[in-house]
Design a protein. Sequence first.
Length: 79
Amino acid sequence: MPKIKARLLLHYAENDGFINGGIAAYKEALDKAGIKYELFIYQGTQHAFNNDASAARYNKAAADLAWSRTVALFKQALA
């Protein structure tokens, strides 16, 4: 963690037990290292909710919101 220098934007699906099982420990490590981050969990989504090639998982509303948050961060950070 101490090698991370960039601000992080973390997007998680609500229904992703394998990945989400590590969120608490990851947040703790980021906080301990003083890493600046924002973390979002998208309600009603599954892993790969941004993958429009998978109709079973794709969630357009969540994908669009995650993308808009990402673009907003880039605009802010790169201004």
